[in-house]
Design a protein around this ligand. Structure first.
Ligand SMILES: Cc1cc2nc3c(=O)[nH]c(=O)nc-3n(C[C@H](O)[C@H](O)[C@H](O)COP(=O)(O)O)c2cc1C
Length: 204
């Protein structure tokens, strides 16, 4: 039996259920630590990590969703190599969760349309830069053209920016679970192959 503030773990199943609860909260609560994972992707040219917002999580289908500009480096990387990793950490619980699996990109389908509807007007501005994310600028700027009110008006046009919107849907194939504790840490690993779950405690 392992206790840490608000975490009571007696079995591998407890670990898994705890991780799923944290992901559910991360996807639904703006201030939750799991709302801001690092998404890691790589191709033969290198590996990159960046913070994204966890938009949705499905326990049944085991996937994670985040949004991105279709013109960004991460999209090119995922097109080259669909294997990605997600890194979560809650400092209050000293809980780290690493997830990896294949990611799919959705741009012009019903799922992307459905997610686009959830993007707030103020956030739609992010998809309106004439130049792609990462493009060099002569001086510090939001990259948006025109005045602020014009940008807001543009984003009020409900489909302005839609062509630059992409959805990253990551499948949960492997999970590495770690809680730090004063009396020793606890670590477990989970992997799903063809829906069959393998779970094991491992040395932290
Ligand atoms: C708190 C926070 C949340 C972010 N959320 C997202 C997001 O949901 N999607 C996204 O593409 N970028 C998000 N970003 C920006 C990325 O971290 C990154 O700078 C950008 O996507 C460009 O990354 P790339 O060049 O590797 O594609 C966020 C940044 C911060 C600090």
């Amino acid at each position: 039996m392992f206790f840490r503030k608000n975490i009571k773990i007696e079995s591998l199943n407890d670990c898994l259920e705890f991780a799923f609860r944290m992901l559910e909260k991360g996807a639904s609560q703006y201030r939750h630590a799991f709302h801001f994972p690092a998404l890691i992707s790589g191709d033969p040219h290198g590996v990159e990590a960046r913070i994204v917002i966890l938009r949705s999580f499905s326990k049944q289908e085991r996937y994670l969703l985040c949004h991105s500009d279709i013109r960004s480096a991460k999209i090119r990387q995922i097109q080259n190599n669909s294997r990605v990793s997600w890194l979560f950490y809650d400092p209050k619980k000293a809980f780290q969760l690493r997830i990896s699996g294949k990611a799919k990109l959705h741009t012009k389908d019903a799922l992307a349309d459905e997610q686009w509807k959830t993007v707030r007007m103020t956030s739609r501005m992010n998809y309106l830069t004439p130049l792609p994310p990462g493009h060099a600028l002569d001086s510090a700027s939001s990259g948006l053209s025109g005045s602020f009110s014009e940008k807001v008006m543009n984003s009020l046009d409900k489909d302005a920016g839609r062509e630059n919107f992409a959805l990253i849907k990551g499948r949960i194939e492997n999970m590495d679970w770690l809680v730090l504790g004063m009396t020793g840490h606890r670590r477990a690993q989970f992997s799903w192959r063809k829906e069959e779950l393998k779970a094991s405690w491992v040395v932290p």
